[in-house]
Design a protein around this ligand. Structure first.
Ligand code: PEP
Ligand code: MN
Length: 357
């Protein structure tokens, strides 16, 4: 099943959605929207959360239906299109009542197929399949769960579906609030090449300083656009204060972004470098095959000598050696560690098969 490119993202690349994490007051929304219009004229869409699914209770949970009235006023006063998050079918009904232009399904909801199906059925039953729906990645890095959520919308006839990459909750997400795990959206694009995909650098970053680098990475990977949390006074924001930027900062960020065009003059040097990369990749596979063959031979000796298959000291020493060498060669230690952990795990598996024979 292939989800076609969204109409939303066809017109402008990058397609930008800006606005606060939460709708807090009519004044907060209006001032933010006006400053966005004044500073970043390329922004045509405004976001604000009205029902906030909070991780912990007793946090600000959004202003509910009254904020939809404020959002529809923003539309009238500024001409910006407006979108918000829906969690329950009732939310969809209220959004349509207040002329909200697009909906999104949040990361905590897209993990739940029964809820997503209820939302999809509601869109169908209300005859709203023309309303664009953005689907954030589920909080856990499961590309099929993400695809499944979009398929449920597609199957009820939704005409405009957009994926939003907002990162994944891991116990240790590194420097960012959510781990981007770029390989997950890359796999999504491999399976569904025509699907439009936006990046939400704000929720990945968790901190405003990192928003630019994540946005640039998204542009480098040919994402269709960005959803960036923007507040006229981020310090006073009731939610996600540290990751929101001002409309002025948004304008600076958008100006700094390099948006690569699909084709350009340097294609012949690209082809030449790609040939080298292809050759190196084949060599890597060949080396891996040879390495695993040695593991098998080693397993036979270990079995004959009644030696334990896993030798923690040897592994510790090997890894330290590899990391030191990687550092010397200017490679990222995290990257080299992950690769060798995988190789070691596979080697143990191969040896363990030889033990069972
Ligand atoms: C949001 O966009 O404010 C939000 C809650 O996002 P997510 O579902 O990605 O956490
Ligand atoms: Mn937020």
């Amino acid at each position: 099943m292939l989800i076609p490119q969204s109409d939303l993202t066809k017109a402008l690349k990058p397609f930008i959605i800006a606005g606060p994490c939460s709708a807090e007051s009519p004044q907060q929304l209006l001032q933010t929207a006006i400053e966005i219009k004044q500073n970043a004229a390329c922004v045509q869409w405004f976001r604000a959360g009205v029902w906030k699914p909070r991780t912990r209770p007793s946090s600000f949970e959004g202003m509910g239906e009254q904020a939809l009235v404020w959002l529809s006023e923003i539309k009238e006063k500024t001409g910006l299109k407006v979108c918000t998050e829906v969690v329950k079918p009732k939310h969809i009904e209220l959004c349509l009542k207040h002329n909200i232009d697009a909906l999104w399904i949040g990361a905590r909801t897209s993990t739940n197929p029964i809820l997503v199906q209820e939302l999809a059925n509601c869109i169908r039953d209300l005859g709203a399949t023309n309303v664009p729906v953005m689907v954030k990645n589920p909080v856990n890095p499961d590309v099929n769960l993400w695809i499944g959520a979009m398929e449920r919308l597609f199957n009820v006839g939704c005409e405009d579906i957009v994926a939003v990459h907002r990162g994944f909750s891991l116990m240790n997400s590194g420097k960012y609030r959510q781990s981007p795990l770029w390989s997950v959206p890359i796999e999504l694009k491999r399976v569904m090449p025509s699907l439009s995909i936006l990046c939400d650098p704000s929720h990945i970053a968790g901190k405003r300083d990192y928003i630019f680098e994540i946005s640039q990475m998204a542009m480098n990977l040919s994402y269709d656009g960005l959803m960036i949390e923007t507040h006229y006074d981020p310090e006073t924001a009731q939610t996600d204060s540290r990751q929101q930027i001002t409309p002025q900062q948004l304008a600076v960020l958008l100006n700094r972004l390099t948006v690569p065009s699909k084709e350009n003059k340097t294609m012949s040097s690209v082809t030449a470098i790609r040939e080298q990369i292809d050759r190196i990749d084949s060599e890597i596979i060949e080396l891996l095959q040879r390495r695993m063959k040695h593991s098998e031979d080693l397993a036979l000796i270990k079995r004959a000598e009644n030696m334990s298959l896993y030798q923690p000291n040897r592994w510790k020493q090997l890894l330290e050696q590899h990391l030191a060498e990687a550092e010397q060669k200017g490679l990222s230690a995290d990257f080299v560690k992950i690769i060798f952990e995988q190789i070691h795990e596979e080697s143990i598996k191969v040896q363990s098969h030889s033990f069972q024979r």
